[in-house]
Design a protein around this ligand. Structure first.
Ligand code: ZN
Length: 244
């Protein structure tokens, strides 16, 4: 028997146990602080060296690169290792699914990754770690070493659009999967949230694991309100044994 394809859509809630706050959700830190939001808004970032200087300092202070995956990230990777076909679609930019052991090719990062920087002129990608080392060494707005262009994180800033290729692949997974688990996402930010609806419309079993109610709870086959760190491993273990 073919094992069912499991899609996991993860949002900020899966990473809060790893010490990463919700930055970009509807009630996230960025949205509550207009000055902070400028640091992650493309137009301001590109137009103002002072904004970039502050943005680099913020990235240096955040310590996000030092965050470790938690039990929920590990449970997803373990399900994949057990032989169940798993694809992760994440709204997070922290790279913690991959650090937990999910193969990178099976993780779609809708909002990009904060572990890489990209040159806005020549599009060369280099590790964030290297750019932060230059900030540590005294550069306040490190430029591309290849062409001198402005560097930004390889994340989707406000005012930038999502990568249509990544989004297309995510939609294809939502249509093809038999189980769609939305975890730690408020399911309020489109188009990511709409993927839950696409999955349900195409016959997937929809499971919502989130502390607060979401607009998709009424379409879900199962809604789990318990803490993600314990609820998700339990849920995925049950899924792994039921299909094995
Ligand atoms: Zn460049």
């Amino acid at each position: 028997m073919t094992r069912p394809l499991v899609a996991v859509l993860s949002g900020a809630g899966i990473s809060t146990d790893s010490g990463i706050p919700d930055y970009r959700g509807p009630n996230g830190l960025w949205r509550q602080d207009p000055e902070a939001e400028k640091l992650v808004t493309y137009e301001y970032y590109m137009g103002d060296p002072e904004i970039r200087r502050r943005a680099w300092l913020m990235r240096r202070e955040s310590g996000a690169l030092r965050a470790e995956p938690n039990g929920a990230h590990r449970a997803v990777a373990e399900l994949e290792r057990s032989g169940v076909p798993v694809r992760v679609i994440t709204q997070n930019v922290d790279g913690l699914h991959q650090l937990a052991g999910m193969p990178a090719r099976k993780v779609l990062e809708l909002h990009g990754t904060a572990r890489t920087v990209v040159c806005t002129a020549c599009h060369e990608r280099t590790p964030m770690e290297d750019a932060l080392a230059r900030v540590d060494a005294g550069e306040d707005d490190p430029a591309c070493l290849t062409c001198g262009g402005i560097l930004k994180p390889a994340t989707v800033l406000f005012g930038e659009r999502l990568d249509p290729v990544v989004l297309g692949r995510a939609a294809a997974i939502a249509k093809a999967c038999q189980v769609f688990i939305a975890v730690g996402s408020s399911l309020q930010v489109h188009p990511a949230a709409g993927l839950a609806g696409v999955a349900a419309d195409h016959g997937a079993r929809l499971v919502v694991v989130n502390a607060e109610a979401t607009p998709y709870d009424e379409f879900a086959d199962e809604v789990v309100r318990e803490p993600i760190g314990t609820a998700l491993p339990d849920l995925l273990r049950a899924l792994g044994s039921e299909d094995g």
